[in-house]
Design a protein around this ligand. Structure first.
Ligand SMILES: Nc1nc2c(ncn2[C@@H]2O[C@H](COP(=O)(O)OP(=O)(O)OP(=O)(O)O)[C@@H](O)[C@H]2O)c(=O)[nH]1
Ligand SMILES: [Mg+2]
Ligand SMILES: [Zn+2]
Length: 284
């Protein structure tokens, strides 16, 4: 079992899709998305059938029954996968889910924490994301730096210094290619202790909202909609289908806001996953 952790929008789903594209053996994926709609499960499932979702809450705070049931379901398969990759929610503390890796039939391969170097310094100025990121880095066997293409060498060096100060003995990976291969088969936990469970109270303090995307919204209108979201929004995502049948994916990660087309061939038929933005803010 491999846990992929990292703050909201750090690039977890992107990494898992990369990893599945190059996998040479059966991998099952369990995806926890805090919103009421599991956009990530959809984005993974359209390329890879074997995806289980945990939706509407954080697995480390409130969805542990669901996690247990998913593990039972995977174990009971006639041909169980070689590897289970778990995408934790962006607000999860990996230390709170580690004990699940001792479920019968599983062993822990490692905790990989992604850090968006492009927005690390902004995130660390607010106590809620800062505590979340610190806990995630603290629990990591490996820290993978992401968004290297969006930033400069100076920012990367500052991020590395900040992360090294938080976790001096944890390897930092900053290779833009081959990351997927580098994060599986860590061969067990670097530090095999399972500390007492930290309290959940620190983590799930983000505010999650749903914003309807009006029928007929096209690319331009969707971009306008996300550009109008308040600046305290740390994460938003959603899919809509316009009048021509084209599907658009909106992605907000802090100050970065984009709309991209979902290729028709990759469109799932689950209508339920469209027409709404999941918006996550910090409390006032
Ligand atoms: N430029 C750039 N964009 C990236 C990189 N990794 C991820 N992204 C983009 O960042 C946005 C968020 O990526 P996701 O993979 O959905 O992030 P996540 O950690 O799964 O997000 P949550 O599950 O919502 O916490 C998307 O628009 C990605 O295309 C990267 O290395 N470089
Ligand atoms: Mg994701
Ligand atoms: Zn949680």
């Amino acid at each position: 079992m491999t846990f992929i952790s990292g703050y909201l929008g750090a690039g977890k789903t992107t990494l898992i899709n990369e990893l599945l594209a190059t996998a040479d053996r059966p991998i099952a994926v369990l995806v926890n998305d805090v919103g009421a709609i599991n956009i990530d499960a959809r984005l993974i499932r359209r390329r890879h059938g074997d995806t289980i979702e945990l939706t509407d809450g954080c697995v480390c705070c409130s969805l542990s029954d669901g996690f247990g049931a998913a593990i039972d379901q995977i174990r009971a398969r006639p041909e169980p996968p070689d590897h289970l990759v778990v995408e934790l929610s962006g607000v999860a503390d990996p230390a709170r889910v580690l004990p699940w890796s001792r479920s019968i039939g599983f062993m822990l391969d490692g905790v990989v924490t992604l850090v968006d170097v492009d927005q690390l310094s902004e995130r660390m100025t607010d106590a809620i994301p800062a505590h979340t990121i610190e806990a995630q880095v603290d629990a990591a066997d490996v820290v993978l730096l992401t968004k290297l293409d969006l930033t400069d060498a100076e920012t990367v060096a500052a991020a590395k210094a900040q992360l090294t100060a938080l976790a001096p003995d944890t390897p930092l990976l900053s290779e833009p290619t081959g990351s997927a291969a580098a994060v599986l088969n860590l061969g067990g936990r670097r530090n095999p202790t399972f500390d007492a469970l930290p309290p959940p109270t620190l983590f799930d303090r983000h505010v999650t909202e749903r914003v309807a995307i009006p029928a007929g919204t096209d690319r331009v209108a969707l971009k306008k909609l996300i550009d109008a979201l308040p600046r305290d929004v740390v994460r938003a995502k959603g899919i809509c289908v316009d009048d021509t049948g084209a599907a658009w994916l909106a992605q907000v990660v802090g100050r970065r806001r984009s709309v991209t087309e979902l290729p028709v061939a990759e469109q799932a038929d689950d209508e339920a996953a469209t027409g709404e933005l999941v918006v996550i803010r910090l409390p006032e």
